[in-house]
Design a protein around this ligand. Structure first.
Ligand SMILES: [Fe+2]
Ligand SMILES: [Fe+2]
Length: 133
C-alpha cells in the first residue's frame, strides 16, 4: 500500500494540520513495517501503541479546538472519535497477540480512518471555521 501524502489532508488550520501530519507519519511507518521481510511483531506493537496514544492526544486537542470555535457538530464528532478509539484500542491489544495475520486489516483500518475521518468529518469543522473567519 502506498504511503499517504499528508498534504492531501490539509485543512488549512496549522495546529490541526501538524497533528494530522504526525498521525499520517506514524501510519505510514506502520504500513512500511508490515511490508518488511523481517517483520517484527514487537516493533509493530510499539508503533500501534504510539498511534493509539497520539490519537488520544490529537482528539483531545481537536475537540478543544472545535469547542473554541463553537462548532455545532462537536457532540457528533466526539462520538465518532470515541468509536475510532474503541477500534484502535482493540487493534492495539490484538496486535500484540495475533501478530502479522491481522496486520493487514490494521493497516487498512488506520489508513481508512485517517482518510475518511480527516477529509470527511474534520473537513466539516474546517469549513465551519473558515465561514466564521
Ligand atoms: Fe483530526
Ligand atoms: Fe476528528
Amino acid at each position: 500500500m502506498k504511503a499517504i501524502d499528508p498534504r492531501l489532508l490539509y485543512l488549512d488550520i496549522p495546529e490541526m494540520d501538524r497533528d494530522h501530519e504526525q498521525l499520517v507519519s506514524i501510519t505510514n511507518k506502520i504500513s512500511a513495517m508490515v511490508e518488511l521481510p523481517e517483520f517484527r511483531l514487537k516493533d509493530f506493537s510499539k508503533e500501534l501503541a504510539q498511534l493509539k496514544q497520539y490519537t488520544i492526544e490529537h482528539f483531545a486537542r481537536e475537540e478543544a479546538y472545535m469547542a473554541r470555535i463553537a462548532y455545532p457538530g462537536l457532540a457528533e464528532h466526539k462520538i465518532q472519535h470515541a468509536r475510532i478509539m474503541e477500534e484502535l484500542a482493540t487493534l492495539a491489544a490484538e496486535g500484540s497477540t495475533k501478530g502479522a495475520k491481522i496486520a493487514l486489516s490494521q493497516r487498512l483500518f488506520t489508513q481508512v480512518w485517517l482518510f475518511e475521518h480527516i477529509s470527511g468529518l474534520d473537513g466539516e469543522y474546517a469549513r465551519f471555521a473558515k465561514g466564521k473567519a
